[in-house]
Design a protein around this ligand. Structure first.
Ligand SMILES: [Zn+2]
Length: 426
């Protein structure tokens, strides 16, 4: 069994050890040592990084036989029996010690102030959480717990570990009965908390720095508390105040006034969007009326000349400065009444074609559109009475050509169906 130096001295950063095994496991070199200061992933605390004889340690796990296995980034130059030097990545380890010790203090504060036992704990690379058996937690209560936890930090309570037997357990006010048997390792926050734990902890609560609950998440009948300790809390505060400062400069209000300012902006944007939509619809109506009037004038002239039969009025037009939404609105207005086929196109970076007809008019708009789009290399589709597509760049000339071709194809098919040449166009 590997001797666990971190249990005796969690502040040990450099150590020497003898190599007891060297193997390839899952394609990576891995070693065991007679003793180690590397903490293996266990009890909710993540493994230590660092180096062994200068080779990077990328994972540390505890094996069933009690050995601690260090996975290395590359094959080492040492052999079994060699004495080698180990070094712990201290920033990472101290961060874990702050989070882990803070978790003990926070869980104890929830038990003392709110009468809530911690159900489970997670300590991740960015976020730490404790789960509590409460469906709902008042913000005021959460704040009182946070205050109590931080008071325990200001009091700078010593943190000690003891190894006790099962027989000695009843004399210790444990927060939670231990799940292990044999010698039990108790972590004591003096006068505040006693927990069975095999992790690494700071020497006194002052070294936790601070505990900040940054999110209270409802999860059915439980509540998940997200918190930061020590340097993570500082990093989070630094980021939060930078964001709040930048927003307050931008919006020219104090930080306290930010929520109302954002709410105001949001309402203004909503009103502006509505006004724009209304204006665009009115514009589409005007466009449609102009196109209809022009088409009717032309039809009247043609009728006078050729005494044409009644046939759908085909309005084939290229409209600049209109997007797909506007084309659709114009086409809908044009074909709301009887006897109209609208073949509309808009050039641009995202060119658009929109073909529509009145319910009583002939023609398959979906089919015509697919043919027109195929020539442009674009996609789209629709039903026999309404179809739209595009989204590719196209010049005014290309769109004009697409619309003209469709108009001619329509006229041919109508002429074929009705033997009539009375199709009017514009
Ligand atoms: Zn612990």
């Amino acid at each position: 069994m590997t001797v666990r130096l971190y249990r005796v001295d969690p502040f040990l950063r450099h150590f020497s050890a003898r190599v007891t095994m060297l193997a390839w496991i899952e394609g990576r070199p891995a070693v065991t040592l007679d003793q180690t200061a590397f903490y293996p992933t266990s009890g909710g605390q993540a493994f230590d990084r660092g180096t062994l004889a200068g080779v990077e340690v990328i994972d540390v796990i505890e094996r069933d036989n009690g050995e601690i296995l260090h996975t290395l980034a590359r094959a080492p130059e040492f052999n079994v029996g060699d004495a080698i030097a180990g070094e712990i990545d201290w920033l990472r380890r101290f961060d874990h010690m702050q989070q882990h010790s803070g978790q003990h203090v926070l869980s104890a504060a929830f038990a003392r102030v709110a009468g809530l036992d911690t159900l489970s704990v997670h300590m991740g690379e960015d976020d730490c959480t404790v789960d509590l058996p409460a469906a709902r937690l008042e913000a005021e209560l959460v704040q009182r717990v946070e205050d109590a936890a931080n008071q325990a930090i200001y009091d700078d309570l010593p943190i000690r570990t003891h190894e006790v037997t099962a027989a000695e357990l009843p004399g210790i006010p444990l927060r939670k009965p231990p799940s292990v048997t044999g010698l039990i390792r108790i972590v004591e926050v003096q006068g505040f908390d006693w927990s069975a734990c095999g992790g690494t902890h700071v020497a006194s609560t002052g070294q936790i720095g601070m505990i900040r609950i940054h999110k209270v998440e409802k999860r059915g009948s439980e509540t998940r508390i997200h918190f930061h300790c020590g340097q993570r809390a500082l990093r989070d505060y630094r980021q939060a105040s930078a964001v709040a400062g930048a927003l307050s400069d931008q919006l020219r209000v104090s930080r306290q006034e930010l929520p109302q300012a954002v709410q105001r902006l949001w309402l203004e944007a909503q009103a502006a969007r509505k006004a724009l939509a209304d204006a665009q619809d009115r514009l589409a109506q005007t466009d449609a009326m102009t196109l209809l009037r022009d088409a009717r004038n032309a039809a009247a002239e043609a009728a006078a000349e050729a005494a044409a039969e009644a046939a759908p009025m085909v309005i084939a037009r290229v409209l600049a400065d209109r997007d797909a939404t506007q084309l659709k609105a114009i086409a809908k207005h044009l074909t709301a009444g009887p006897g109209v086929v609208a073949l509309l196109g808009a050039p641009g970076e995202k060119a658009s074609l929109c073909f529509a007809r009145s319910k009583d008019a002939a023609g398959d708009m979906g089919k015509l559109l697919r043919e027109a789009l195929a020539a442009l290399g674009a996609k789209g589709g629709g039903s026999p009475d309404f179809a739209q597509g595009g989204g590719v760049p196209a010049s005014p000339e290309q769109i004009q050509q697409a619309v003209d071709r469709t108009r001619i194809a329509m006229q041919h098919s109508l002429a074929g169906n009705t033997q009539s040449s009375g199709v009017q166009e514009r």
